[in-house]
Design a protein around this ligand. Sequence first.
Ligand code: FES
Length: 571
Amino acid sequence: MGDDLRSQEWYGRPLAGFGHRSWMKRGLPDDAFDGRPMIGIASSWSELTPCNSHVDEIAEHVKRGVWEAGGVPLIFPTTSLGETQIRPTAMLLRNLMSMDVEESIRGNPMDGVVLLGGCDKTTPAQLMGAASVDLPTIMISGGPMLNGHYRGKELGSGTDLIKYTADVRAGDMGMDEFLDLESCMTRSRGSCNTMGTASTMACMSEALGIALPQNGAIPASDSRRLRLAHLTGRRIVEMVREGLIISQVLTRSNFENAIRVLAAIGGSTNAVVHLLAIAGRLGVQLSVDDFDRYSQESPLLVNLKPSGDFLMEDFFYAGGLPAVLENIKDIIDGDAPTVTGQPFSTYADPDAAANADPAVIRTVAKPIRDDSGIAVLRGNLCPGGAVIKPNAATAALMTHRGRAVVFESIEDYHAKVDDPDLDIDETCVMVLKGCGPKGYPGMPEVGNFGLPRKILEKGVRDMVRISDARMSGTAFGTVVLHTAPESAAGGPLAVVKNGDMISLDVPNRSLTLEIDDAEMEKRLKLWVQPESEYTRGYYRLYIDTVLQADQGADFDFLVGKSGPAVTRDAH
Ligand code: FES
């Protein structure tokens, strides 16, 4: 073994390899270069990504497993995206991070790669980048935080921030109490403890078979996370020896399974754009309508915030994803491939399901609700589709007709929402424009924009809201998201006016602006694209090349099957 290793293109040539070997000999023995698998560990560690600030320890345990299995581990840093820190939105930089990951893997002498992510965008960015190189690849997540506690209540990241912010705005909670609570929400290392986007994507990694079983739920602070890291390190070396590359693991069946699991766990709507983008990099045909189709096959089984009561720590103790998979084993494709080399059916655990806490993980016979997952809406307001998460919405608003109250941008919304003279009541439909991929730019998580104070003061906590934005995975509400095409691309959302009537009919999957075709055509003809203030740099590249939400919001030039894994050598 050894001659056919990619890293031997660098190290295996006696003369030309001098420069490659010599500079790496900073403690590595000579035989490290004699055909042992070189394993890159793509670390998204950063102190500015608080959810990933502990992954350096996980990387050290991955290294132990790699050494033990006979490989040579090499940690390399990548762009890191802290969801709560980066402006204007981490999503703007997801594609940039994916390009960094892709070219770092392609340009360096590695035979296999371990992706080490956590906070929301870091997982999809790493998978997108690695998919574009197509080496043996395995993911391990940083794991979720422990439950937050405050005055006898458990606190869920993001979800309870949104809830208590509304209470403060409505005058039901004082600022002192609110600020006290702030220190109690983030109790430990790790990513958000709700079934937000980070936990969803960690569970998606497990459901896709690109991570080992239990990757989704083991808390960041639990020593079993480090054991999983060790096993991940061992396994990537075996994958290199077996020649098991990422495109052999991530097939269409794996994505279908992931969508079914997304419904069962009540996962984030952000998984739609991320899974579409990852599939796009692999040349796997996946459409936004697949989310509606496969979601319907699985009921909601997991009772976690934002749509339920519990948190990720509880989910782990209750059995985690292996227990869920056992419950839906008749729905999933058990033959789908995985990084273990075993079929996906081996990820289900009958013991975990038999001992699962039924308050947290239900059975198919007694689900939390029969309809779950993502509903995809169609209609003259969203020819490219729009999504809504029924289990995070108000049942009574699933069918609703109301008068549009329009905000032309997020700034326009902030300026007007609490104006006592704003002509709005709780039956209206709030419409927010300018928050899609090109418009903001970066498609921020503002789709659950708050209700006007005068409506909150009446005790109302939900209204129908429509936008081209995304929603935080920790958020909730009757919010229609990802409306495509977006307003900044001249989609019909751009021409909605105050006073128009809008009908939402989730059971029939429709979203209608009640104007006739001639009026729609007239308005679209009169629409003028606003001048962009972004004329240079990454923002310009992003606006010019980003695809719409129904295509994963990837760059148009990054979609498609992988490029070559070996680059030219000038030496
Ligand atoms: Fe990082 Fe939620 S903010 S995972």
